[in-house]
Design a protein around this ligand. Structure first.
Ligand SMILES: Cc1cc2nc3c(=O)[nH]c(=O)nc-3n(C[C@H](O)[C@H](O)[C@H](O)COP(=O)(O)O)c2cc1C
Length: 323
C-alpha cells in the first residue's frame, strides 16, 4: 500500500469520464464487480456491510469486504446508526486496505431505517454529521458518503447536508436524486444534485446517481448537471455492457447490444466464478435475480427463464442457456 493515499479527487482525475458501479446488496459481490470492471466500470464499492455485524465479528460480514487488487479503486461501504459500532466497522474495513470507505446514509429499507441507520439519519442531520466526523477521525483512508436528497419531499436539505459533511472531512459525496419517502418510485430529481455541485462552497467531488439507464443518459446527465462522476445501479444489473457502451459513446464509436450468445457466455462465467466463491447452490440461487437483467430485450426468453428458475446445478443452467 502506498504510504500516502490518493484523495478521491486524485482517483477520479485518472479517468476521462469516471463511472461508478453502485453498491447493491445481493448483486455487486466480488464476481459481479470484477465482470463490471472488465467491461469498463471505473470505481467499485462493496455491498453494504452492517457495522453492528462487523463489531460482533460476524464472519459473513467480513467476507463482504474482500476484494481483489484488480478491483481498485475500491471502496468498502458500511452502514449503522451507532457511533462505536461504526467506528469499529470503519477500522475493520480500513484493515483490508481499500482505497476508501463509504458510509451509507441513504438506504430506505424499513429494516435498516428502523434501527436508525441508512436514510434514517436524514431526520437527524446533526447526528449524521457527528457520526461521519467520528468515522473520518478513526481511519487514515478517504471517507465518502452516499445519501439521498432528504427524508421526504417537504424537506430536501441536501445542499446544506453536503456542505456540513464536507466540513467534517469527507472526500466525496454521492447523491441519489430521491427522498427516502420516494424509495425507488417517481423520477430521480437531478436538479438538486446539480445545485450541490454548483454551490461555490463545495470543493469535493459530487457523484450523481439515479435512473441512469443508458450510455446516452450517462453522458447527457454528466454534462447537464456538471457532476464529477456518475453512478449506475439498476441498469447495470445483468448489464455490464452499459459501461462499455459509455466508453464507446465517449470515443464517438458505435456499439451494438450484446447478442444472446454473448449474454449466455457471460452468465455461464458469472455462475462459475460465484460457484468457486460461494458454492454451487448459492451461485445458482443468486443468479435467479439476474436473468431478467442479463436477457432484457431478448425475445421469447420467458420459457427458458422459467426453466432456469428451477435449475439446481450450474450444469443444468448451462444446458438450458446453450441448447
Ligand atoms: C438490489 C439493490 C440493492 C441495493 N443495495 C444498496 C447498498 O447495499 N448500498 C447502497 O448504498 N445502495 C444500495 N442500493 C441503491 C443503489 O446503490 C442506487 O443508489 C439506486 O439503485 C439508484 O440508482 P439507479 O437508479 O442507477 O438504480 C441498492 C439498490 C438495489 C436495486
Amino acid at each position: 500500500m502506498p504510504l500516502i493515499m490518493p484523495t478521491i479527487k486524485e482517483i477520479l482525475q485518472r479517468f476521462d469520464f469516471p463511472v461508478y458501479l453502485a453498491p447493491m446488496e445481493g448483486v455487486t459481490d466480488r464476481a459481479y464487480r470484477r465482470i463490471c470492471k472488465q467491461y469498463g466500470a471505473d470505481i467499485l464499492i462493496s455491498e453494504f456491510v452492517s457495522s453492528e455485524a462487523l463489531s460482533r465479528e460476524v464472519e459473513k460480514s467480513f467476507r463482504k469486504m474482500n476484494f481483489e487488487e484488480d478491483e481498485r479503486p475500491f471502496g468498502v461501504q458500511i452502514f449503522g446508526g451507532n457511533e462505536s459500532a461504526l467506528v469499529t466497522a470503519a477500522q475493520y474495513a480500513a484493515a483490508q486496505h481499500p482505497d476508501f470507505i463509504d458510509i451509507n446514509w441513504g438506504c430506505p429499507v424499513k429494516k435498516i431505517v428502523s434501527k436508525g441507520a441508512g436514510a434514517a439519519m436524514l431526520q437527524d442531520i446533526p447526528k449524521m454529521v457527528s457520526l461521519t466526523a467520528a468515522v473520518v477521525k478513526a481511519v487514515d483512508l478517504p471517507v465518502t458518503v452516499k445519501t439521498r436528497l432528504g427524508w421526504e419531499s417537504a424537506n430536501k436539505p441536501i445542499v446544506e447536508v453536503a456542505e456540513r459533511l464536507q466540513d467534517v472531512g469527507i472526500q466525496a459525496i454521492t447523491i441519489h436524486g430521491r427522498t427516502r419517502a420516494q424509495q425507488y418510485g417517481g423520477e430521480a430529481d437531478w436538479t438538486l444534485i446539480g445545485e450541490v455541485k454548483n454551490n461555490p462552497r463545495m470543493v469535493i467531488p459530487v457523484v450523481g446517481n439515479g435512473d441512469i439507464d443508458s450510455a446516452a443518459r450517462a453522458v447527457a446527465y454528466k454534462e447537464r448537471y456538471g457532476v464529477d462522476a456518475v453512478m449506475i445501479g439498476r441498469a447495470a444489473i445483468g448489464n455490464p455492457w452499459i459501461f462499455q457502451q459509455i466508453k464507446a459513446l465517449r470515443m464517438g464509436k458505435t456499439y451494438h447490444e450484446p447478442t444472446y450468445a454473448e449474454r449466455a457466455q457471460l452468465v455461464s462465467r458469472h455462475l462459475r466464478e460465484n460457484e468457486k466463491e460461494k458454492g454451487e447452490r448459492v451461485a445458482v440461487l443468486e443468479m435467479r435475480t439476474m436473468y431478467s437483467g442479463y436477457f432484457r430485450g431478448i425475445p421469447h426468453f420467458k420459457s427458458k427463464k422459467i426453466r432456469l428458475m428451477s435449475a439446481m446445478t450450474v450444469a443444468e443452467c448451462e444446458e438450458i442457456l446453450f441448447e
